[in-house]
Design a protein around this ligand. Structure first.
Ligand SMILES: Nc1ncnc2c1ncn2[C@@H]1O[C@H](COP(=O)(O)OP(=O)(O)OP(=O)(O)O)[C@@H](O)[C@H]1O
Ligand SMILES: [Mg+2]
Length: 232
């Protein structure tokens, strides 16, 4: 199996005044290509901390994060910006769409980073194809304010995929949706893994969402408490 990203002995300590918060303690794991992994655990157990470290949104206190044979902890912030934009897609509990931009404009924003001033026709075709894939073909020119919460989250997923990232990282992507809409988004993510081979790590409190995933990692007080491999 081909490893997309490995973290080794990863620790994160937040210093708050005179107290230290040990958010993550010596976590090691590897994400393989095409895997669909759930990250679960109680509130405060370090899920977001681990996801943010894997996506180079934050720096660990110690340990290494290996992507394509390179340790991200040794890179400059400029290199990290570029890697973050080209290799990772992020989805959060809030969609973070720009209200003044249309759906397609929002989706194309990540294609404009790294000094590029215009999206290519290939980017645009890919955006339209992905929006069709998630059932939003009639909403391409809509503004986010005209969409439902579930539709906005689907736009956020498409935006996360527009640069063909090696890894989609999602932090409670269904957290602000009702149960029915959350179920639809869970199905969509499962379909992206199954059909488009999108490798994903998804933080979730939802047993329902975790049930469709190949592997469940459980964090407890900043440590990996176990993994529950399931047959796909
Ligand atoms: N920026 C920060 N500064 C200080 N402490 C932090 C910071 N971010 C997180 N923490 C602490 O680190 C620990 C892990 O937090 P984290 O956000 O990773 O938990 P989580 O598992 O994602 O929880 P939740 O399910 O509530 O989102 C918690 O004790 C939290 O208070
Ligand atoms: Mg969190």
């Amino acid at each position: 199996m081909e490893s997309i990203i490995s973290v080794k002995d990863l620790s994160k300590i937040y210093i708050m005044g005179t107290t230290e918060v040990r958010a993550l303690q010596s976590v090691s794991l590897s994400i393989q290509k095409n895997e669909y992994v759930a990250l679960m655990g109680p509130s405060g157990s370090g899920k977001s901390t681990l996801l943010n470290l894997m996506g180079a949104l934050d720096q660990p206190s110690s340990g290494s994060i290996i992507l394509n044979g390179r340790d991200l902890t040794t890179l400059t912030s400029k290199d990290l910006d570029s890697i973050r934009n080209s290799r990772f897609g992020f989805v959060f509990q809030s969609h973070y769409l720009l209200p003044q931009c249309t759906v397609i404009e929002n989706v194309l924003i990540p294609t404009l980073a790294d000094g590029r001033r215009a999206s290519t026709p290939e980017d645009e075709k890919r955006a339209v194809d992905l929006l069709e894939r998630v059932g939003l073909q009639d909403r391409i020119q809509s503004f986010p304010g005209m969409l439902s919460g579930g539709e906005r989250q689907r736009v956020a997923v498409v935006r996360a995929l527009i640069n063909q990232p090696a890894l989609l990282l999602a932090d409670e992507p269904t957290g602000s949706l009702d149960q029915h809409t959350a179920g639809q988004l869970a199905e969509l993510l499962a379909g992206l893994n199954r059909d488009l081979k999108v490798t994903q790590v998804v933080v979730t409190h939802s047993q329902e969402l975790a049930a469709c995933m190949g592997l469940v990692y459980e964090l407890r007080e900043g440590r990996l408490a176990g993994s529950d491999p399931k047959a796909h």
